[in-house]
Design a protein around this ligand. Structure first.
Ligand code: ZN
Length: 58
């Protein structure tokens, strides 16, 4: 659960796969309590879904 606030559009936020230039990937916007939005990008919708599921622990 390390809080890394650096957003990175070069690798998938879930599996770490490198992105290719010029390809449009799914992005999730998360609003933090202390202000600005955070952006996460994913190599595909499966990673996006898995990531969303993993951070929803209610
Ligand atoms: Zn991925």
């Amino acid at each position: 659960m390390a809080a890394n606030r650096v957003t990175n559009f070069e690798v998938c936020a879930h599996c770490g796969s490198e992105f290719e230039r010029g390809v449009r990937y799914p992005v999730v916007t998360v609003r933090t309590e202390d202000g600005g939005p955070l952006f996460y990008s994913f190599c595909d919708d499966d990673c996006k879904a898995a990531w969303l599921e993993s951070r929803t622990d209610e």
